[in-house]
Design a protein around this ligand. Structure first.
Ligand code: SAM
Length: 228
């Protein structure tokens, strides 16, 4: 029987290696493994995946098997050969053709968020985000890192839409919104641009980015613009 010490050691390993799970997910997404398998008419072996993705044989085999062990892929062995296909999770959330795909959000997490988290100890020591170390931009200008290229800007914007495609319905169904005919989800340059007039404003994923002073300035702007 496993001792409490065994459990503790197991937990320690899970925590310290947790980033590898994220990286397997990110790499498979970035390489297009889930898109390829979603578009293939039948399960593919690793040689077929290698041929289509132009990746190394050894690396691809390891990646596919790791995805299978994480339940991101299903594997079936026929004639001594492994054939891979998407699981429900990967076909629903990871392949780009799915209406609720989260692929762009994952790639944003991989390329932006992950890089900042590599500096967490420093962030705690200094009490501020690490965009300067990760991207060379001042900590208060985090969006210039997020929007560092047109490709990254598009990825982030599409990623935000992807999250709404999954969570939007429950957010909107959580309250009786029948008295608010026009609802505005705030985005863009809301400190400077005129705010669109609306009956209700949603500040999803906004306030946590700013100081209390900035937030109270923004809430006052909204109060002035909000329909009575
Ligand atoms: C995390 S997004 C949330 C957007 C939207 N509410 C959603 O949930 O999809 C944050 C928003 O802040 C905006 N933003 C970034 N920097 C800004 C700045 N300096 N001034 C005003 N708005 C900014 C971005 O354009 C983006 O639309």
């Amino acid at each position: 029987m496993a001792s409490p010490q065994d459990h503790a050691y197991h937990l320690l390993n899970e925590y310290s290696n947790g980033f590898m799970v994220s990286q397997v997910l990110f790499a498979a997404c970035e390489l297009g493994v889930f898109d390829l398998l979603a578009e293939a008419p039948e399960p593919l072996d690793s040689a077929a995946v290698v041929a289509r993705l132009g990746t190394s044989s050894h690396g691809t085999e390891l990646l596919l098997d790791t995805c299978a062990s994480l339940k991101l892929l299903k594997v079936e062995v026929r004639g001594g050969k492994a054939f891979y296909q998407n699981t429900e999770l990967s076909s629903t959330y990871l392949s780009r053709g799915s209406p609720v795909s989260q692929r762009n959000m994952l790639l944003y997490t991989a390329r932006t968020t992950y890089r900042c988290w590599g500096h967490l100890a420093e962030a705690v020591r200094e009490g501020k985000n690490q965009y300067l170390q990760a991207f060379g931009v001042p900590s208060e200008e985090l969006f210039s890192a997020i929007y560092r290229s047109e490709g990254e800007r598009l990825r982030f914007t599409r990623g935000l839409q992807e999250v709404w495609s999954v969570c939007g319905r429950s957010v909107l169904a959580a309250f009786d919104l029948s008295q608010f005919p026009l609802i505005c989800d705030l985005g863009g340059d809301f400190f400077k641009d005129p705010l669109p007039e609306a009956d209700l404003y949603i500040l999803a994923r906004i306030l946590h980015d700013w100081t209390d002073d900035k937030c109270s300035g923004l809430l006052q702007r909204i109060r002035r613009t909000c329909k009575p």
